[in-house]
Structures are given as C-alpha cells and as structure tokens.
Design a protein around this ligand. Structure first.
Ligand SMILES: NC(=O)c1ccc[n+]([C@@H]2O[C@H](COP(=O)([O-])OP(=O)(O)OC[C@H]3O[C@@H](n4cnc5c(N)ncnc54)[C@H](OP(=O)(O)O)[C@@H]3O)[C@@H](O)[C@H]2O)c1
Length: 165
C-alpha cells in the first residue's frame, strides 16, 4: 500500500486563504490537470469534510471518495471515522494499492502524525497570501528526500518528495 499527500501551496507556504474557500479558486490549470491524473491513477481519495464542503460536497468522478466526518453521512461517497491505520488496513484487504490524501490540514496532519505517508506532491503556485492555513496543524518535523522538481506551468512548480522514515 502506497499513500501520498497531494497539496497546492502559495509561494509563501499556505494551502488556503481561509477554511471556506476551495483551493481550485486560486490553483492553476496545470495543477488541476496534475491533481486529476494523480488521483485517478491512485483510484482512492481521502479528504476531510471541510475540504469536501468547499467544492459543494460533490464526489470527484472516477475515484473512490472517502470523507472523514464525525457528524455527516454524505450521499454517494463513503464516510469514515476510522483511525487512519485501520482505514488503510481495511483498504489494503479490499485490494487497494494506492491512496491519495487530499487534505485539508487536519487530514494531512492525521496521516503524517501516524507515519502513514510515503510521499508528498506539492504544487507551488505563483501567488502569495500573507496569511492563511498551513499544510499541517501541529508541530510535526520530518525529513524529506527530493525525488523530482518540475515546472508544470508558467508560474507553477511541482515538487515530489519521499518521506525519510
Ligand atoms: N491547497 C490544497 O491543496 C488544499 C487541499 C485540501 C484542502 N485545502 C483547504 O483546506 C481547508 C480545509 O482544511 P481543514 O483542516 O480546515 O479541514 P479538513 O481537514 O478538510 O476537514 C476537517 C473535518 O474533517 C473531519 N475530521 C477530521 N479529523 C477527523 C477524524 N479523526 N475522524 C473523523 N472525522 C474527522 C471533521 O469533520 P466533521 O466536522 O464533519 O466531523 C473535521 O471538521 C480548506 O480551506 C480547503 O480549501 C487545500
């Protein structure tokens, strides 16, 4: 089982200006294309309820959508409250080989904190926010190994990192 975080960041390191805004409102076409290709290849996407709500609580097509929520059962997707290692073990038993962790900050933090992430795909966009939401919501130092660095758009860079375990 392979797991990766996929996130877009402003050039000053934020994943959102505020919690209610969809990241698609400021990310480039190149990032959207990359996100779709990567998550469709994985086949399974995991995200928090807050992120899911930012794009109207509509399942992303062509992928198995798994939404973390304690409160809401969304139509047409799977909702879970499982501890992340339990979720991944269950998915592995079901034959899943790759899972995309799609945010937001609380879900990135949940999986990284439990050492359940193999890789990070970080898109850096040519925007700055000044303030906003960090990728992670707690103190979580980790070492990363740079696998690749690609300019995927006029103002967009894609970084691929492996977690050093
Ligand atoms: N730039 C990017 O690539 C990117 C990607 C994704 C998201 N974002 C941004 O991130 C922001 C949202 O991030 P966020 O951290 O505020 O919210 P989030 O992680 O998307 O969702 C938080 C919600 O997930 C549920 N949850 C979290 N931990 C859980 C657990 N252990 N068990 C069960 N449910 C759990 C809870 O839902 P309930 O309250 O329903 O129980 C919680 O309110 C948005 O602004 C979004 O645009 C950016």
């Amino acid at each position: 089982m392979k797991t990766f975080i996929v996130a877009a960041m402003s050039a000053d390191g934020f994943i959102a200006k505020n919690r209610d805004e969809a990241s698609t409102s400021w990310t480039s076409k190149a990032d959207k294309k990359h996100f779709i290709a990567l998550t469709k290849k994985a086949g399974v996407i995991v995200m928090g309820a807050k992120t899911y709500e930012t794009f109207g609580a509509q399942p992303l097509a062509g992928r198995r959508n798994i939404i973390y929520s304690l409160d809401v059962e969304y139509e047409g997707v799977e909702t879970t409250t499982e501890p992340p290692e339990q979720l991944l073990l269950r998915l592995e038993r079901e034959g899943v080989s790759e899972v995309a962790i799609c945010g937001g900050a609380s879900i990135y933090t949940l999986f990284l904190d439990n050492n359940l992430v193999d890789k990070l795909y970080l898109t850096v966009e040519g925007v700055i926010f000044g303030q906003g939401l960090n990728l992670l919501s707690k103190n979580l130092p980790r070492q990363l190994s740079l696998v690749s660095l690609n300019k995927i758009g006029d103002n967009t860079v894609l970084l691929e990192y492996d977690l050093i375990k």
